[in-house]
Design a protein. Sequence first.
Length: 219
Amino acid sequence: MLELAVKSLLAYLLGSLAGALVLGLALGVDIRREGSGNAGATNALRTRGPLFALGVLLIDLGKGVLGAAVVPSLAWPAADAEVGRAWLAVACAAAVVVGHVYPVWFGFRGGKGAATLIGALAGLAPPYVLPVVLLWLVVLYATGYVGLATIVAAASFPLWLVAGAGAGYGPSGIRFVALFSFGLFAALLTVFTHRANLVRLRAGTESRARRFVRPGLWP
């Protein structure tokens, strides 16, 4: 189990390098003190502009891919025959996302994990990235709520899996079980990290990203 423990830890530490906080350090700012207080790409866009937000997005996506696809394949520690490769990849993918949400380098106060989840999904099962992202865009365009779009998109991944939307990833074998487990984890974590958004939605106080909404659809 040494391989599983070490590589999961490495993925977690990688995830702890939150893009908004790393770039913020370079600029001498703490984005958690601005806007919504979230160390993610959405708050970065609202408070620091598109260039800063793009940098944040690329870092958070990239570390998700590295955590899910590269860390599990590292030559050290040596491969453990008792650890399935699919479960190792899923464990590292989950760890990199948890690292983003609870970064050890930044007092365990990170972002909500959406971009890193997409990166991890790209590392685990690339065919599912497009349908998940497209659904996110559709919900965002229809409602203007970034949080709602993120929750719906994350919750859709296990459904796409069951439907066999990606070639070779249908409901059969250990890989499917591992990916489905990651999908449930991703959906639950996304709901948890967006719980404040859900409270505001219920109260009718959640703000809309009007620049992304179809003109005239909402007042």
